[in-house]
Design a protein around this ligand. Structure first.
Ligand code: ZN
Length: 487
């Protein structure tokens, strides 16, 4: 039987080894054949490819926030350069924030300026590595490689991976639907502009020309204005204070671009570059960009993740606290129950010792309360309850006590003669029983509590009763009797 079972196992083992070998080989080659096969068969990717080839934008859903106040987003491209510090000085003086779309190449050459941009509270965007159009727009793969290369440079200097991207020269005639789509798959937001300062129309555009261009531009609710802080843009620096002042007077606020700002994007026009994209290459790029997005979450996503983690942590802590509190309460209840269940040991000095069961007495506000009848009978007497007058008579030998519930007093009689009256304010009627506090009852009757132990696990009361002067015949019993107090 055993060999019959083993035979197919060996076959399965051989198959498993084979699969491991195939897996290892495919990993070494760098691509899983199974995955490629999956993607080729993915109709959604094929469908997207078809639409993009036809020039259709496929935008992914994002939520943007429109600011209440009209807002200007100053943007500076092609830096950082030696001019960047002058721009930063002006922004600092004017107390406005801006966005710098930096080149990886320039960031590498001017790390101090890049750091200051971040330290001053401005935003950083990615403007590719070297700005060379024919490389960037020859094929998406090169554009994408430059974005990553630039991002690595920025990340190494300031620890930020910008999610904002600006295409050198803008997207018009440069981007096609594939570029937009794949950049989105990689998690980026591409920003063009809606106001061009015209500062890069040609070399050394005069200050006044830039100023006239800005003034003639439409005043949208959100203005994303293009400037340059690369080498040779001294005019842009010079015109900047009056541009800021102009928008301030018009009631505009200034802000950095963020992932919440809806990007200005040009509509797709026929690219001036001839490019060919095969379905296979497109599929590879979709996979690459999507994997990159997962491996490099945006700061917002990271913040969300951290927020979620923090919320989970707080929730766990609250739960822990609630649990601890519950346990504490349960422990307190257990202790209380245990204490409530403790019998009370009573010692009468020079007399007997007895136990009052926990069901009989009650510990209330740190005093022992118990039914009068029980107490009297325990001491060897007898109690009769007069419901009509709400009085109780306790008898023992020649002694009588009248408990008057209405007046809350005790009258003591010896041989039928009233010898004393005591007030017992705490006397009470519960479940047809007169409940009295032990200490007060004893004290009122001329006795005293000599010792009381009320511990979590033990209760004991010692009392001395008033000595008996009469009734010598039954001295030993009466000594221990509450009714021996009238003497
Ligand atoms: Zn540029």
């Amino acid at each position: 039987m055993r060999s019959q079972v083993q035979a197919p196992n060996n076959g399965r083992l051989r198959f498993q080894i084979m699969m491991v070998v195939v897996l290892l080989v495919s990993l070494l080659v760098g691509r899983m054949p199974a995955q490629a096969a999956d993607n080729e068969g993915d109709p959604a990717v094929q469908e997207a490819f078809g639409q993009l080839q036809a020039g259709k934008r496929l935008k992914s859903e994002r939520n943007y926030v429109t600011p209440e106040q009209p807002t200007v987003y100053l943007t500076f491209d092609d830096g950082p350069s030696k001019l960047t510090n002058q721009v930063l000085d002006i922004l600092d003086k004017e107390d406005v924030k801006a966005t710098f779309f930096v080149l990886g190449e320039q960031a590498k050459a001017h790390p101090a300026e890049l750091k200051r941009i971040v330290n001053d509270g401005h935003a950083i965007g990615n403007h590719t590595y070297n700005h060379v159009y024919k490389e960037l727009y020859g094929d998406f793969q090169t554009f994408w490689n430059q974005i990553q290369r630039s991002e690595d440079v920025i990340s190494n200097i300031v620890g930020i991976r910008p999610q904002l991207v600006r295409a050198p020269g803008g997207t018009a005639t440069n981007f096609d639907a594939n570029y937009y789509y794949l950049m989105e798959q990689a998690g980026y937001i591409v920003h063009d502009w809606n106001v061009d300062s015209g500062d890069s129309k040609r070399a050394n555009v005069p200050v006044n020309e830039i100023w006239q261009t800005v003034k003639a531009s439409p005043l949208d609710h959100e203005i994303n204005i293009l400037f340059h802080d690369g080498t040779g843009h001294e005019s842009s620096v010079q015109v900047l204070p009056q541009v800021i002042s102009y928008y301030k007077k018009l009631g505009y606020a200034f802000a950095t671009l963020t992932e919440q700002v809806k990007p200005k994007q040009f509509t797709i026009t026929k690219p001036k570059w001839s490019r060919n994209m095969s379905l296979k290459h497109f599929q590879e790029l979709v996979e690459q960009t999507q994997q990159y997005a997962v491996a490099h979450p945006s700061s917002t996503e990271l913040a969300k993740k951290e927020e979620k983690l923090l919320a989970q942590k707080l929730e766990a802590e609250a739960e822990e606290k609630a649990k601890a509190k519950k346990e504490e309460e349960a422990e307190a209840a257990r202790l209380l129950a245990k204490q409530a269940a403790l019998p009370l040991q009573v010692h009468v000095l020079g007399g007997n010792t007895f136990t009052i069961e926990p069901s009989i007495y009650k510990l209330h506000a740190n005093q022992i309360e118990l039914p009068l009848r029980y107490l009297i009978e325990k001491m060897g007497g007898k109690v009769e309850w007069q419901a009509d007058t709400k009085t109780a008579n306790a008898h023992y030998g020649i002694y009588d006590m009248d408990y008057d519930l209405v007046n809350r007093s005790i009258s003591l009689y010896t041989l039928g003669r009233q010898t004393a009256t005591y007030s017992l304010a705490d006397m009470n009627l519960q479940d047809d029983q007169i409940i009295v506090p032990l200490r007060k009852t004893i004290v009122s009757l001329g006795g005293r509590i000599t010792n009381a132990v009320i511990d979590p696990d033990y209760r004991e009361v010692s009392m001395a009763l008033r000595p008996l002067h009469f009734f010598k015949e039954n001295n030993s019993i009466l000594k221990n009797s509450l009714f021996a107090m009238g003497g």
